[in-house]
Structures are given as structure tokens and as C-alpha cells.
Design a protein around this ligand. Sequence first.
Ligand code: MYA
Length: 415
Amino acid sequence: ETNPVSKENSSLSTIVRRFKDSVSLGKTHKFWESQPVGQFKDIGDSNLPEGPIEPPTLLSEVKQEPYNLPSQYEWTTCDMESDETCREVYDLLKCNYVEDDENMFRFNYSQEFLTWALRPPGYYRSWHIGVRAKSSKKLVAFITGVPARIRVRDEVVKMAEINFLCVHKKLRSKRLAPVMIKEVTRRVHLENIWQAAYTAGVVLPTPITTCQYWHRSLNPKKLIDVGFSRLGARMTMSRTIKLYKLPDSPATPGFRNMELRDVPAVTRLLRNYLSQFVVAPDFDENDVEHWLLPTENVVDSYLVESPETHEITDFCSFYTLPSSILGNQNHSTLKAAYSYYNVSTKTPLLQLMNDALIVAKQKDFDVFNALDVMHNESFLKELKFGPGDGQLHYYLYNYRIRHALRPSELGLVLL
Ligand code: MYA
């Protein structure tokens, strides 16, 4: 299985991934073939219209009771305002969530991150769904949705962003995932929402685009020690450290942390920037305050305020997502920053992102990750990012896109 924890590309892992992806194209998907999503057989069929695949039904026609689970298990709605529940979710994910292909790293989303990711403006408690063992009450599976407005071309569509699908390692391959997906779908429908967006490292019917992870070493010695990256050909450790060295502080005059008073200006900047992409979130000020105002150890945002005019001209942000390092004597956690939304109107994007690398280094991140979405291609190579072995596929549920997009046409980053 190919997963979106990505580390630096090695030719072997790339070959393994391509092989697995090619197998999955020919595979039958008993569950996904029954769902209103783009199907492999329809790729290239220009007669099919863009937009919803199935029309909404009356709310009274939505199934009122939860789907059946195997008899030893029961549904639970996870109250993410409760520290105790949040801790249980954290523990489930810490031990059972996404790993890289070679099982060297596993995402370790923090509790603060989970509360942030799952409680945006207008969130529904009922979309935070767990499964417990009836006898022990232990949490063994999880899936979540949060509401979002996502624009596809000229249409702003109410959607659910689906994330954190996780089944305990001991319960895999028992077809629990399709039941979880159907249950979250039912609960989304009950709120009169009929579309969803999600990402996965696996190929399913059918991606709207496929993105590559890129990695910029900030602490190359540690990355090499833990097997995240390897010493390049004809490179020594000291030459490698020198190669990735960064200045101590950002170069752009007026580069500073985003604050609450900046929300209106950042919203304008971001809305204007995102309008050029085919698929992008439709952020208002409430969304920007939630998703982009800095939250310690969760999300960092910086902007450039012109020293002369005090105008906000540029913006960059990244979120904090550590990974557990599996089976290393010396290190247990890889501290990774993930590029989020970046907008340049005056400072060249290359310089803005170099400043983002500098502040990430100051904050002791080991690596800075970015997808090749939006305009990211324009700085990745020059700023010494290397391609990862992970790919991330983006999907829409019940919304057809006629042709797959290029990653640069996508203006959406999911957590
Ligand atoms: S992506 C992150 C997913 N999580 C992980 O990778 C963590 C580690 N892995 C696991 O916990 C399990 O392996 C999971 C599968 C839970 C992933 N997305 O129960 P099964 C299909 C969608 O026997 P298990 C994220 O969170 C698979 O193709 N489907 O398998 C976004 C097969 O169907 P088919 C997936 O390994 C999630 C069926 O499940 C995924 O025990 C978006 C097998 O089920 C996947 N990542 O459990 C969910 N992996 O036979 C969709 C496998 O047809 C949301 N499968 O090929 C859709 C929108 C819903 C809302 C709609 C509202 C309108």
C-alpha cells in the first residue's frame, strides 16, 4: 500500500510504488465501484457532464439509523472538546495511522493539531465518528468530516472534507473501512451536504489530480541518521550540512508573524490568489482566522508588511506534523513542517519561501515538506527540495471533473 508519509525518493521505492499503482489501476474496487465517484472506465469520456454525479435526495429519504457493524463493535460520536476523548483518538492514530511504504515513519498528529483540524467554524460533532469494542470500550476505528466551501471552476460547493480514516492494525482487511465511509456519508447527507473532498496515498477511482511530495532538509545529519534521506553520491556529511545551511533570520524587510488584526487583509490577499485555481477553498474571514492565524505547534503564518505603505503584500504558512520514527535507537520523532497556503504579490515567491525555510529552521524543524500544487514548482528545485517517494492523490465524492487537473491547477491543501 502506498501512503502519504513521504521520505526522500530512492529509486527502489519509486519502482515499488509505480508497480503497486499500476496493479491498482487494473484492480476491481467492489466498494468504490458502487459509489458516485469518477470510475476508471469513464476516464477520457468527454460526453459525461461536469458536476454532481447523483442529485440530492429529500432529507426524509436519508437512512435514519446508523449502518450495521460486526456485532462486537458499536458506533461512538467522539466529543473532540473532551480532553479524554481527544487523547483516545490521539493514541489510536499514533499507533495505527499512516506510514511510509517501508514502515520507517508514522504520522504523529498532536492533540492540539487534532482539535484545530476537527473544530473549524460550523463543524458538526456528529461527523467525528469512532468505533469501539463493545466489551472493553476501546476505540478501534475513526473517521472524520469537517464542513468546507470548495470552489470548482465557477461553482462554490458545500462539501465535507474527510480525513483521519483509521482502522486498528489488528482489524485490517475486514471491510470495516467501507462501513465507516458509508456512515460518514449518511451523517453528511443528514446536514444536507452531498459532496466531499479527500486525499489518500492509495490510488482509488479516480483522482482529480496526483501530487508529489518534495522535501527540503533543514537538519540533514538527523535526516540521514534516521534513514529519511541518504548521503548523495560524492557527498560527505560536512558538505551536505553546508549545502543546506540557511541564514539565521529572514531577509525580507517587514516579514513578521500574522496577527488577528491582519485577518481582513490576509483574506483579501488569499481570496484573490486562490481565484486562479480550478479547485480551491472559498475562504471567508472566519475561515482565515481559524485556519491561518498562528496556533503554537500547529500552524505558523507570516506576512510581509511594506515598511513604507504598511500594506500586506505577501503571505506564507506551514503546519506542524511530526512523524514517529519507528525503531531508531537515537531518535523518536521527526519534526516536519508542511507548506500550507502561500501568496506573493511583491516579494518573489522564491525569496518568501526561503524566509519560510529560515523561520522553520529557527523553530527547530528537521524538514520542510511541500506538494507540487499551486505555484510551488517555481521554487522547489532552486530552494533545494528533493522529490519524495510519496504521492498524494486528491479526490471528490459525487462531483465529476471532466479531465484530471495538473497539480499546479489545484489550490487546495488538506491536512
Ligand atoms: S486517507 C488516510 C487513510 N488512513 C490510513 O492510511 C491509515 C492506515 N490504514 C488504515 O487504517 C486502513 O488500512 C484503512 C483501510 C482504514 C485505510 N481511502 O476495511 P478494508 C478501500 C478510501 O478491508 P483496511 C484518509 O483519511 C479499499 O480500496 N478508501 O481495508 C481519507 C477497499 O475498497 P475497494 C480506502 O485496510 C479517507 C476497502 O477500503 C482507503 O482494513 C477518505 C477495503 O476496506 C483510503 N485511504 O482499512 C475516505 N484505503 O474494494 C473516503 C482503503 O472498493 C471518503 N480503502 O477497493 C469519501 C467521501 C465520504 C463523504 C461523502 C459525503 C457526501
